[in-house]
Write a new protein. Structure first.
Length: 439
């Protein structure tokens, strides 16, 4: 990506990069002469257990899922029957952080776009902190010890000729675990540093993101998300068989994984069949198969309320799932236009005034995301990177269950998926969504 504009924001999706930079003279310099890191001391992430149970904090967390479906519907308008994957959380989190740099008269619009209308700046910060507490905490999985399949990293890279506001730097570290790093954007080492950071925090899946920075770049705020875990009930490779998949562009061949047995959580209504696949460390992925129409239409019409309805009305059933292995990687086009449609004021020319000390108003000028996912018999790996550009402007078996109904869910046509993890405030927090139109 060449000739980036004067301010760029990256997002990629989840471990926590823990050191940050404020603007004093006590610099800690690494081996790269163009990069200075200054440590600030963070407060502990906020635990949602036994603490503040404010309805405003829960509104922000639940609103993140509402934002996920609304943004997904906008992006799918131009999908045209192709495979699709993106991380709405990777977009929501940096926008939530930028609330702290948005002029007060425009914060209300940004809250509404994020699904958190009527709350205060402090509430969204607390919600983000509590999410990170849940999502980045290690999970005890018995004899396997402690592990977290989800990694989140946040950072802001600041040019050597500007000064990051200390109140933003402290808030960013306290609530988002966001590191602050000084770089020389006139040096090629700045792009190298950001690329290394992105690659490190997505286990090498997202690399070579930036070719070079415009020397006039002011800053770059980054969020990285990475997920990888095995199924709690793995598919047997010996039972995987090749068969026909009926895609929008015609029939093709796919390799179908088989899951058959009792005690499967299942949902069905007049529109869909849905089944969650659990991972070993508590996250999960819902597979949603439309009965009529296409998967694009299904995901476009999905809402946070309907997703909750599916979860609440699922039941244990005996049956058979055939799910094709799939692997998707795509660049999301039209992200800026979609965020405009959602009413994000940063993309409507409203200035960002609370980020740097210098009187240089900044506006968002472009946005993109690259995302990928791989699903096979053993589990799932997913990662995403979002780039929002900003420029200067003048303006296991249990007890024997009761008799269960039988189901058969054959995913031999387009279907949707929702990859989630669990939080106290937001329930099943959506990390990735997508469409399989062609395995």
């Amino acid at each position: 990506m060449k000739n980036l504009s004067t301010f760029i924001l990256f997002a990629a999706g989840l471990v926590v990069f823990s050191c940050a930079l404020n603007n004093n003279s006590n610099n800690t310099t690494n081996n790269d002469d163009s990069i200075n890191i200054v440590n600030v001391t963070p407060q502990a992430l906020l635990s949602p257990y036994g603490g503040d149970n404010s309805s405003a904090i829960k509104t922000a967390a639940v609103g993140a899922n509402d934002f996920a479906f609304r943004l997904g519907a906008e992006l799918l308008k131009g999908n045209g029957g192709k495979n699709f994957v993106f991380s709405p959380y990777s977009v929501w989190l940096p926008l939530a952080a930028l609330v702290n740099a948005t002029a007060p008269q425009y914060q209300g619009e940004l809250f509404t776009a994020l699904g958190a209308a009527g709350i205060a700046q402090d509430d969204i910060n607390k919600a983000a902190s509590r999410m990170l507490y849940d999502l980045t905490n290690v999970r005890d999985q018995g004899e396997e010890g402690y592990y977290n399949p989800l990694k989140i990293a946040n950072a802001i890279f600041v040019g050597k000729d500007v000064t990051l506001r200390r109140d933003f730097a402290q808030t960013y570290m306290d609530f988002y675990r966001g590191s602050s790093i000084n770089v020389d954007f006139s040096s090629p080492s700045a792009a190298d540093a950001v690329n290394r950071w992105a690659s490190k925090n997505t286990e090498g899946l997202i690399d070579n993101l930036i070719q070079e920075f415009d020397p006039d770049t002011v800053a770059a705020i980054a969020n990285a998300i990475y997920f990888s875990d095995r199924w709690s009930w793995e598919f047997s490779p010996q039972k995987t068989e090749e068969d026909v998949f009926h895609g929008p562009s015609g029939d093709t061949r796919a390799f179908y994984m088989l899951r058959q047995g009792r005690n499967q959580t299942y949902y069905e209504d007049e529109q869909v069949q849905a089944l969650p696949l659990a991972f070993k460390h508590y996250a999960g992925m819902y597979i949603i198969l439309p009965k009529t129409g296409g998967a694009d239409e299904l995901l476009s019409a999905m809402t946070a309320d309907y997703f909750i309805e599916i979860q609440r009305n699922s039941y244990l059933a005996e049956g058979k799932l055939l799910l094709p292995r799939f692997s998707i990687e795509n660049d999301i086009k039209g992200l800026m236009e979609s965020l405009k449609e959602l009413g994000v004021p940063l993309f409507a020319g409203e200035p960002i005034t609370g980020l740097i000390e210098e009187p240089i108003p900044l506006v968002a000028t472009d946005a993109m995301q690259r995302a990928l996912i791989k699903v096979d018999e053993k589990g799932t790996t997913a990662a995403a990177v979002t780039v929002i550009q900003m420029g200067a402007t003048s303006t296991g078996p249990g007890e024997e269950p009761p008799p269960q109904p039988l189901f058969e869910m054959i995913c031999d046509k387009p279907f949707a998926f929702i990859l989630y993890d669990n939080t106290y405030d937001g329930g099943r927090q959506i990390l990735f969504t997508g469409i399989v139109n062609q395995p």
